[in-house]
Design a protein around this ligand. Sequence first.
Ligand code: C2E
Ligand code: CA
Ligand code: CA
Ligand code: CA
Length: 283
Amino acid sequence: QAKEKGRNTFHFYTPELHLRAHDTLTLEASLRKAIERDQLCLHFQPQFSLTRRRPVGLEALVRWEHPELGLISPDRFIPLAEETGLIVPIGEWVLRTACRHHREWLKMGMRPMRVAVNLSRRQFRQANLIEMIGAILDETGLPPEYLELEITESSIMNDVGSAIATMRALREMGVHLAIDDFGSGYSSLSCLKQFPISKLKIDRSFVRDLTLGGENAAITQAIIALARSLGLEVVAEGIESKDQLRYLKKRGCHHGQGFLFSRPLPAAGLAEMAQDWIPRFTF
Ligand code: C2E
Ligand code: CA
Ligand code: CA
Ligand code: CA
């Protein structure tokens, strides 16, 4: 049956919807316990310099190993964590764990590079964010210049003034900032030059059909040119083919990340692998 809700909008109560609501509740309850039950883990995906063909960074990506449901993608539980506020403890766990691993790898003699951690909108707005990050850097001993935080345009744009203040405080600590999924949100180009950022990451949706020409190729070229003219590093994510790689390199994109180079990898054994981490192919 349908229940009228305003003009032209109907809410349908179907068994599927019911089931989904129930699922979400169950999922939320188990997500609450995921940290203490040690079900979260991080994978790390390398970023490579396209000109020098060497690794320049690692992005930490969270995974949830659910005992019954198996591996749950962050696309499924991060939005839920964001809605329920669970992103605060989860985000803190991610930061601490990424910094701890990275400190260990650098100590083992891994080539100096940054570790990038995703910050969701709610985390970026968290009142004690600066203190929390400072405490984690102290505790793990990771020098701040080795940490990069990825924030999205939408986290910044709903209150530009306070976002700039937060970004400045982080930058003053020595932490680097990158704008994630650039081009997919609405950021104002006039704001961009006020942001104390180091890097733009071109959204995967533009890279996907790059070599077909058309709009996405034009947008990608524009983002590369914009980043370069502002003195920012530019990273393309989601590179899957050599054609995409050649295209990006030719247009001056600095760095790349994607399945062509490597999938996100578990922490165990990563440092050993990074020793001779040169893409197997020439480009
Ligand atoms: P993102 O930050 O845009 O991360 C990149 C996503 O693209 C990752 O998915 C990665 O595995 C995937 N990817 C990388 N290269 C390729 C490629 O060549 N082809 C394709 N098809 N995909 C590629 P993942 O790990 O499933 O993460 C999805 C999203 O979940 C992330 O998107 C990010 O928004 C969020 N996320 C992941 N970990 C965290 C976290 O620790 N905190 C927060 N707040 N969000 C996270
Ligand atoms: Ca990211
Ligand atoms: Ca991204
Ligand atoms: Ca994304």
